[in-house]
Design a protein around this ligand. Structure first.
Ligand code: ADP
Ligand code: MG
Length: 253
């Protein structure tokens, strides 16, 4: 039975997309079959994994709004074992179009549940908001992985996110749990990073992943080559830490 993990934080630029792409590719390296689900209208995951968005006719928008069969819209990526349900800017309209739709919060769940036999993991890259697209993701997911950037104000907005998780648990998805909090973009040269680690660990305790993602130039470069860091520079620190994260996620069962 495949597992569905949503990567969520309504803050932009905290490493959601970087984590979605590189965790997925690292899970593939561990022999898993993985579907990346891009539910951000910006489509950074889609282009970052080597899909030309101009070539995408139908995307996750058509799944959510028109109930198209997800299986028919899934594309292969240049990495064997990794597939993607792509997003295009058309998805930007879905948030409003879905409002008057029946079962609007569980559209993604309905689309992904039948794929659990096909994939070991489905990794959902959420948009930077707590709107209907993120609600769909949290309703569909078994667990949520929360990237937190090691910077001043790191914890800002997290209580809102946790409230949303609790609301989803109460009304839409009783079994949703927190896979882990992932510290990202650590600059080991500053004391601030260490302070943030302490603060986040104090609050989330054993929910914090042991793996911490440092700032790594290769992680920033890889998307412009349409690759994960796993293939772009397998020996980089970025590739190593995401391999560690994949092992941790697998060890959670
Ligand atoms: P989000 O999806 O949460 O908006 P991204 O994953 O797109 O965040 O990251 C924001 C920016 O920071 C991107 O340009 C990305 O390439 C870069 N980035 C993310 N993580 C790292 C890292 N560990 N080291 C260096 N650059 C990173
Ligand atoms: Mg993103």
């Amino acid at each position: 039975m495949g597992k569905i993990v949503a990567i969520a934080n309504q803050k932009g630029g905290v490493g959601k997309t970087t984590t979605a792409v590189n965790l997925s590719a690292s899970l593939v390296q561990e022999g898993k079959k993985v579907l990346l689900v891009d539910i951000d209208p910006q489509g950074n995951t889609t282009s970052g994994i080597g899909i030309n968005k101009g070539d995408v006719d139908e995307c996750i928008y058509n799944v959510l709004v028109e109930s198209r069969d997800a299986e028919e819209l899934i594309l292969p990526t240049p990495m064997e074992g990794l597939s993607i349900l792509p997003s295009t800017i058309q998805l930007a309209g879905a948030e409003i179009e879905l409002v008057s739709t029946i079962s609007r919060e569980i559209r993604l769940k309905q689309a992904l549940d039948p794929l659990r036999d096909t994939y070991d993991y489905m990794i959902i890259d959420c948009p930077p908001s707590l709107g209907l697209l993120t609600l769909n993701s949290l309703s569909a997911a078994d667990s949520v992985l929360i990237p937190v950037q090691c910077e001043y104000y790191a914890m800002e907005g997290l209580s809102q996110l946790l409230n949303t998780v609790r609301l989803v648990q109460k009304h839409l998805n009783h079994d949703l749990y927190i896979e882990g909090v992932l510290l990202t973009m650590l600059d080991a040269r500053t004391n601030l990073g260490i302070q943030v680690i302490d603060e986040v660990k104090k609050y989330f305790k054993e929910k914090v992943f042991e793996t911490i993602i440092p700032r790594n130039v290769r992680l920033g470069e890889a998307p412009s080559h349409g690759e994960s860091v796993v293939t772009y520079d397998p020996r980089s620190r970025g590739a190593q830490v995401y391999a560690d994260l994949a092992k941790e996620v697998i060890s959670h069962g």
